[in-house]
Structure formats: C-alpha cells, structure tokens
Design a protein around this ligand. Sequence first.
Ligand code: AHR
Length: 502
Amino acid sequence: ISARLTIDPRFAVGPINRRLFGSFVEHLGRCVYDGIYEPGHPTADAEGFRQDVIDLVSGLGVSAIRYPGGNFVSGFRWEDSVGPKEERPRRLDLAWHSTETNEVGLHEFASWLDKVGSELMLAVNLGTRGTLEALDLLEYSNIRGGTALSDRRVANGRAEPFDVRMWCLGNEMDGPWQLGHRSADDYGKIASQTAKALRQVDPDLELVVCGSSSAHMPTFGEWERVVLTHTYDDVDYISCHAYYEERGGDLGSFLASAVDMDHFIETVVATADHVGAVKGSTKKIDISFDEWNVWYIDRYHGVDKITGVDNWPVAPRLLEDAYSVADAVVFGNLMISLLKHADRVTSASLAQLVNVIAPIMTEPGGPAWKQTTYFPFATTSRLAVGHALEVRLESPTYTTEVYGEVPVLDAVATHDPETGAVALFLVNRDQNESHEVTVDISAMSGLVVTEAVSLWDDDRSAANTLHDTERVGLKPNDSATVEGGRLTVTLPPVSWTAVSLS
Ligand code: AHR
C-alpha cells in the first residue's frame, strides 16, 4: 500500500486551543533551583532567573504552565512560598525526598512567567489539605483587595491579582504513591465540594478534576466514571497523564506509543460522554492532558530514588533523562495525537520544562541547551495554528509486540482560516525504509512549501549533552515539493517531519 493522505479544510476536527502547547514546572530535582533559578549564574537577572533559560523557554512557544506539582503539591503548604524570603520555612518534600527551601514561590514564579510570556495554571493540594486551603489560595491569588489574604498579597508586593484561570483539583489522586491517595468515591466527593466552593468565589474559573495517572492503572476507566459522576456539573476538564519509554529494546512498540495515547484519549472521552448521557446532560467535559512525555521511569526507581531519614538534599539531580532521536520522534508523534483530538483535548502540559524529563537542560554555572524533544515541540507550537484537520491517511502497517498491527505512518494537518496557511506533521515509524507520502491538496489552490524540516539521524541514539550540546537538530527536508495539486514528501526511517505551506 502506498502512503497517501488528503488535506481539506472541510475535514476540520476542531479549533486548536493554544493551551495544547502548555508545559509543567514542578518543585522537583533541578527544575526550579539550578534550572530556571540560579542567582549565581553569569546570565542571572536581578531576580536570580537565568536569562539563557528564559530565552530557550520563550523560543519553545509554551502557553500555560502547570505549577507547582505534580506529586510535590500533595504535601505543599502554599503559605510557605509567599512573604519575605528570609522568613520562609525549609520543608521536607516527601514526594521527592528532598528539602524545599521555598526561595521561589508564587510571586517569583508569576514574575518569571511574565518574562517567558506564559500563563499560570495552578494545582491545589487535595492530598493532605482540603477545600478551605484551596479557597485561601484562590482569595490570595485572584481577589483584588480588601480581605485578609488579598491584602497580604498586596503587602507582599503584588498589587494586581494573579488572575489564575485554570485550577487543577489535586494531582494523581488515583496513585498509591500520592500523599493522601483516595478512592475514586472519596476523591470525587472532595473534588466536587472544592470545585463548588471555588466557583462560589468565581463561577468562571476553569477546573480540572484528576483522571487516571495512566491508562494502565488498575482503576482506569472506573476511576473516570466514578469521579465524573460526582463532579460532572462542577468541572470543565478531566486530566490524562501518560509517559512512554522504550522497554527491553522493543523499538517497534515504543515508536507506536501514540497508538496508545490515541486509545487513551478516545476511551476517556467515551467514558465522560457516558456519564453525561446517564445524567441527561448536554455539557461536554474536555481533556486536560496535563502530563505527557517520554520518561525512562524505570531508571528513576532503579537508580535515582533518594532514601534515608537523614538524607534530604536540596535540588538533587532527579529524572534527568537525555533524549535520543528516537525519543524525539515518539514525542513528536504524541503531539500529533494531541492535535488529532483537538476537539476534546483543549489543554495539555508537556511534563516537564527544565532539567526534569525536560526539553531544556542546564548545567550550574554553565550552558543551557536544547534536548532533541525541543525541536518537535517548538516547531509544532509555531506552525499548528487554526483548526486541526483529519487527513484520512492510508499507510502500510507493521506488527508490534505491545499494540499488534499498527500503521507505519501517522499524520495530522492544520489549517489557519485567517491566513490560509497549512501545516502537516508526520512520523515514519519504519526502522529500515523511507516512505514517500503523496498528499492531495487540490482543495486549496496556489499553495507552495514555505518550510520543510525533519528530525532523524543515522544514529537513533544520538542526543544533545553537556559535552556536545548541538549534536542533534532539525534538518531541511528538500524532498517536499508541490505539483498539480499534490504535495510529495519523503520521510526517512524513524523520523518526524513538519511541512508548512501557504
Ligand atoms: O512529572 C513527574 C511526576 O509524574 C509528577 O510529579 C507526577 O504527577 C507524575 O507521576
């Protein structure tokens, strides 16, 4: 079977919400300290933030950033992170067995977000705290003044409210590792109560209830059903989290990870719609895919994990995966999966942003650099504008150990109705062969290729590291040509490609 697809603006899936290109900063390892914040660094600004990191984050094109966790948030007291720095307590961070100094808190992070041009998305602690503390944080953050907590924010140097729109009702509450882990029934009740309380302050907040930590949790599916049965009328989103890694040298299955992500999204949508049907509701719940990435999690459990009652380091090196070319191809494919479901996935957060399973790495006192995954994210964020389009892809298939028979290729297109610009994102999962793809673009006249780039390398394990920060980058794909209403483009083995036309 030859590889063919069609780009036609009439095949729109839905508008692409910019929040699809969000990320995640957790107080974990060297994400904040020695990552975005390093007062002694030669590029540090007056607030101690690394300018080289600010520049890389700005170039990545990140919309909303979820903060401050993650597992961290389930033991977090937000009050520790505001007020004079010298009075802020040092605390045990049980999630990552570290010491949290609270040097960077809500005010500092919001100021950093202004520098990188991103929006704040806050998670509240529903693990070891409850509705009242969530209300307190909302009052502190969003009320202009005239109350104890809003006046405290003003006294702490921020006259204007933070005006946080997106709020996560806890984190991964289905996970036995989570501080305050609950049953779906117990969590559904506290999430509903907290959501109602937050809406009494501001009915227009956008609220995210916790879905499953992965589609492979034993409670997956039932968790979503029970939690949404409690919270359907109270929330706007249910979260999905998914991490993928190559296991046991099975590259074929790893390259097909997006097949799993597609299935995950479609299953959660079906479950949410089922709950809506039972309730006789016309409302739709969207997905906030607020943690996704490639993550070699087995390495964390095997090597990195910190233990010892007298051992609570500050900003240890944790989850510092170096991403290969193959990892970046899978990563680019995960972005294709998100775009293919843009009608229901209207928010997503790449987990995470700096040093911790991140597209950006730093060395204390030294350079900051782009990992391989930086390239598909930055390019997709820049080019995927307007509506996501279904492309009716015809592709050869191959057989994987984990997912059975899967397409060799995957693709999604976007179309901007305002400018007429079109973008096409593709992956080739074939480990040996290039594939030429023929694209019918006859529905639009006069399009020419304005940019065509691929991420691939003869060495699929190549990565950017401290010792060679620019080993891997995007390569121009000169094969992309338009003739007689057809675009053809050749995809190298194990590659991710973006083509833009206007
Ligand atoms: O992103 C790393 C961790 O993965 C987060 O803290 C947690 O929510 C998830 O399990």
